[in-house]
Design a protein around this ligand. Structure first.
Ligand SMILES: [Zn+2]
Length: 79
């Protein structure tokens, strides 16, 4: 028989109960970031006039619809 103190038993119980909650929280946060990244994938901000616009084309330098300036696509860091 394994002898375990009451405080150690409480610690084991807490770890076993909180680990799935923490895992579910991490998973939902990862899913939220994925949705946010997909929603703003084609949103650009003009460096000249600060207008935000959507460009779904694959052009390397999309043109701003407000002032006509060419803007680079922002490379987002992967986590
Ligand atoms: Zn512009």
């Amino acid at each position: 028989m394994i002898r375990v103190s009451l405080s150690y038993l409480v610690l084991i119980y807490l770890v076993l109960m909180l680990a799935p909650i923490f895992g579910a929280w991490l998973f939902s946060e990862w899913r939220r970031q994925q949705r946010e990244r997909a929603a703003f994938r084609h949103v650009l901000r003009c460096k000249l006039c600060a207008t935000e616009y959507a460009d779904a084309t694959s052009a390397l330098l999309p043109r701003c619809p407000h002032c006509g300036a060419l803007n680079e696509r922002r490379q987002r860091a992967r986590l």
